[in-house]
Design a binder for this molecule. Structure first.
Ligand SMILES: [Zn+2]
Ligand SMILES: [Zn+2]
Length: 149
């Protein structure tokens, strides 16, 4: 992490009304730089590997605080674990069923708009609902796992 990144991160935090404590700056800079979907535990371990010793509770509390302010997205991954990412644009997730890797993916939004939910019991259109959108869970086998086959 360069000095410049950390200075930028401090001003982003400040502009969102968060005091740029050392923990917050390190956490936000790390998640932004890695472009991954990380659990609290993974973030904690990565910071420790980088020589930053922060308590697990500190990492957890600050991640949630930063996410509350809209600087990180907090979501439940396909594995049921809470994960954080820096990509705030609307997107879907493509999960590798072999290694658990999650990557950002787009889908053809035109076909999504034509989805029409049906009642599972009657197979008739779900009545009384105003359908507002869909979050698709995409699954597959990633290129590096395919190579190992
Ligand atoms: Zn994989
Ligand atoms: Zn994502």
């Amino acid at each position: 992490m360069t000095e410049r990144n950390l200075t930028d991160t401090s001003s982003v935090l400040r502009s969102h009304g968060l005091r740029p404590s050392k923990a917050r700056v390190l956490i936000l800079a790390l998640v932004t730089r890695r472009r991954e979907h990380l659990t609290t535990q993974e973030i904690h371990r990565l910071l420790e590997n980088g020589g930053h010793r922060l308590g697990a509770a500190t990492v957890y509390q600050n991640l949630n605080r930063i996410a509350q302010k809209g600087l990180l997205r907090r979501f439940i991954g396909p594995d049921g674990l809470v994960r954080f990412e820096a990509n705030l644009l609307p997107h879907h997730h493509l999960l590798c069923v072999e290694c658990g890797r999650i990557v950002d993916a787009g889908v053809n939004e035109t076909s999504l708009r034509h989805l029409s939910p049906v009642d599972l019991l009657t197979a008739k259109p779900a009545t009384g609902w105003e359908f507002s959108g869909a979050q698709v869970e995409l699954k597959g086998v990633c290129p590096s796992c395919r190579k190992k086959r």
